[in-house]
Design a protein around this ligand. Structure first.
Ligand SMILES: C[S@@+](CC[C@H](N)C(=O)[O-])C[C@H]1O[C@@H](n2cnc3c(N)ncnc32)[C@H](O)[C@@H]1O
Length: 258
């Protein structure tokens, strides 16, 4: 994969203060949290279901922006083993967990960029699919990210974006996770998971604050749609997911010459 300008394996460039979500702390417990959230698994299922309807080349070039601990790429690679993957995440801990997961699953047709999407450049028309799952809200300014995504997508390419647009109701999520955890794993495992994952609840509170203060992009489905359209995307499918907290869109770019 050729990049015009990229800084690989850096430490990212976000400045943190105690009011920010610390993605590195989050990373430590991220997969534990995901295991207890059926809605997270539903997002993966939604992506794979939609992808199966697209006429993708076997050796598709697939990029995940804000790829976290690599759960989405790992799931896609299982179905598309000949695809070529690009993982982008600005947090070193998230990317390190992802790297281990890729190694464990023998996913070696992959490049990992530990860098903010805002500082990265790929050649225009590089990717068949770009995936952005619950990460766009943290990538300000979103219009700049979407402009980049638009250039990087091939004329036949698809953007699959799920974005957390609503303020986090921490109590609602904690109750949802506890209920499902008790049902699926029993009380003992649930209690120990909550003790182990207590930091996640603190990080979620900071996420809520981020949406309240405007550090994170808070949007309705209509605002989400309008932002994508204003950035030049044609929306093929629009939905609400992740228990009503996120919006989902599948888009392409009209790159035909005028
Ligand atoms: C809530 S997590 C979602 C991770 C993954 N997409 C998933 O659904 O499991 C948000 C991710 O976005 C990453 N992130 C935030 N701002 C970013 C930026 N400017 N460039 C790249 N990654 C960023 C964070 O490090 C974090 O891993």
């Amino acid at each position: 994969m050729e990049t015009v300008e990229s800084v690989k394996n850096g430490t990212g460039s976000r400045e943190l203060n105690s009011e920010d979500i610390d993605w590195s702390i989050y990373a430590l417990k991220y997969d534990l949290m995901c295991e207890f959230i059926p809605a997270y698994q539903e997002n993966i299922k939604l992506l794979l279901e939609h992808m199966s309807k697209w006429d993708l080349p076997k050796d598709s070039s697939i990029c995940d922006l804000g790829a976290g601990t690599g759960n989405f790429i790992t799931a896609i690679a299982d179905k598309y083993p000949d695809a070529y993957f690009t993982h982008v995440d600005s947090d070193l801990a998230m990317s390190s967990f992802a790297r281990k997961k890729y190694e464990l699953n023998s996913i070696d047709n992959i490049e990992i960029f530990n860098e903010s999407v805002l500082n990265l450049e790929f050649r225009d028309n590089t990717f068949d699919v770009i995936v952005l799952i619950n990460s766009l809200y943290a990538m300000k300014p979103q219009t700049k990210v979407l402009r980049k995504v638009k250039g990087w997508l091939k004329p036949s390419g698809k953007l699959f974006v799920i974005d957390w647009g609503r303020e986090n109701n921490v109590l609602d999520w904690t109750w949802y996770v506890a209920k499902n955890a008790i049902r699926n794993h029993g009380i003992k495992k649930t209690v120990s998971a909550f003790v182990e994952g207590a930091e996640v609840i603190r990080q979620n509170r900071l996420g809520k604050k981020g949406h309240q203060t405007g550090k994170f992009w808070r949007h309705t489905t209509q605002e989400f749609k309008e932002t994508l359209e204003e950035a030049g995307f044609v929306i093929e499918h629009l939905d609400v997911c992740y228990r009503g907290y996120s919006d989902l869109a599948i888009c392409h770019v009209n790159k035909s010459p005028t």
